[in-house]
Design a binder for this molecule. Structure first.
Ligand code: PMP
Length: 358
């Protein structure tokens, strides 16, 4: 068996132990004589999986009682629309802090549904940092930010305390570190980076938000519908939720979010220090104070060298090192499931490549 050093941006690496566990249970899940995929979503064995996933999210993230944990579909992209549908009030703008393409997409969807305002942006600086300083609005529906910018490789290090409800897209760094959930009114994330396979989107929402939400929208798009039905309003993505439950178990075995955070910091530093020591051979995109521990973005001197780097890295068993199609260059995504050894191997390869091509 040959496993690659998987630096994909999402869908991304899943812990080998999780894949093996899923493999061992694939044909006969806990004596049911069928796989999880074949179970009814109303059956007891599936319900146990479902409830365990939500309970483990609560435990690992220390989610207070006054929040709901929901498992939805449609990816983070559906959340771009669902959030304003539920919470954007007429004459009360949704405020956006812009830190990349995903913030732009979130803003564009909200703008179709109501009034919006941009209260901070690093666009003029090619999104090389997160705009931590912005005017905190006191009137409006909510403030939206993107905690980690998958394409540019920047990440909020501390979160602002806003007067209005704070909504965060945490698709690319959820559960990669400890955060204080009570600072947020809503957190959302597609699972396919840190939480498992694509297909399930996790939403953590303060219950009081649901009470004041817009009512005149289709049931399936209302958070209250899913909250009332324990995310079983319609058929949920059962296999993705099962995989999520295994990933959460694995996270607990790793020592929880504090241990995961420490390891992620070490992993990212191995690669950043290789960039910093290269004397300009590798050039990081993000300003140091905003560097992401999840997505490490860099370029080489010219297009030709970048191409050679990507080609040679592939031949050496590294996968997913190409930058997003919108900005090019290189990107190493070192999510939770990417082992330290893969980051060490990448740094070693980068040093070797530099020696050869200097
Ligand atoms: N937000 C962020 C920060 C992302 O990285 C992505 C996907 N790469 C999305 C939103 C969109 O997610 P999805 O494909 O699940 O809709």
């Amino acid at each position: 068996m040959k496993r690659t050093h998987n630096f994909n941006a999402g869908p991304a690496a899943i812990p080998l132990a999780v894949l093996e566990k899923a493999q061992s249970e694939l044909i006969d899940f806990k004596g049911t004589g069928m796989s999880v995929m074949e179970l009814s979503h109303r059956s007891k064995p599936y319900e146990d999986v479902h409830n365990k996933a939500s309970q483990m999210m609560r435990e690992l993230m220390d989610i207070p009682e006054e929040y709901e944990v929901l498992f939805l579909q449609g990816g983070a992209s559906l959340q771009f629309a669902m959030i304003p549908m539920n919470f954007l009030k007429s004459g009360s703008p949704a405020h956006f802090v812009m830190s990349g393409v995903w913030s732009e997409k979130a803003l564009a969807e909200a703008a179709k549904l109501g009034e919006t305002a941009v209260i901070g942006s690093s666009k003029d600086d090619r999104y090389t940092f997160v705009p931590e300083k912005f005017e905190d609005p006191s009137e409006g529906s909510y403030v939206h930010l993107t905690s980690n910018n998958t394409i540019y490789g920047t990440q909020w290090k501390t979160f602002p305390k806003t007067k209005l409800p704070l909504v965060a897209d945490m698709s690319s760094d959820i559960m990669s570190r400890k955060i204080d959930v009570s600072q947020f009114s809503l957190i959302y994330a597609g699972a396919q980076k840190n939480l498992g396979p694509s297909g399930v989107t996790v939403v953590i929402v303060k219950k009081e938000m649901l009470e004041n939400a817009n009512q005149e929208i289709p049931s399936i798009l209302k958070y209250a519908t899913h909250s009332k039905q324990n995310s079983l309003y319609n058929t949920p993505p059962t296999f993705a939720i099962y995989m999520l439950s295994l990933v959460l178990e694995w996270m607990k075995e790793q020592g929880g979010l504090a241990a995961i955070e420490e390891l992620n910091e070490r992993k990212a530093q191995i690669i950043y220090s290789c960039i910093d020591k290269s004397g300009g051979f590798y050039r990081g995109h993000a300003k140091k104070e905003s560097r992401s521990n999840m997505n490490i973005t860099f370029t080489l001197e010219n297009e030709e060298l970048t191409k050679a780097f990507l080609k040679e890295s592939k031949e050496r068993g590294f996968s997913g090192l190409n930058g997003h199609r919108s900005i090019g260059g290189c990107r190493a995504s070192a999510y939770n499931a990417v082992p330290l050894e893969a980051c060490e191997a990448l740094a070693e390869f980068m040093t070797e490549f530099q020696k050869k091509h200097r």
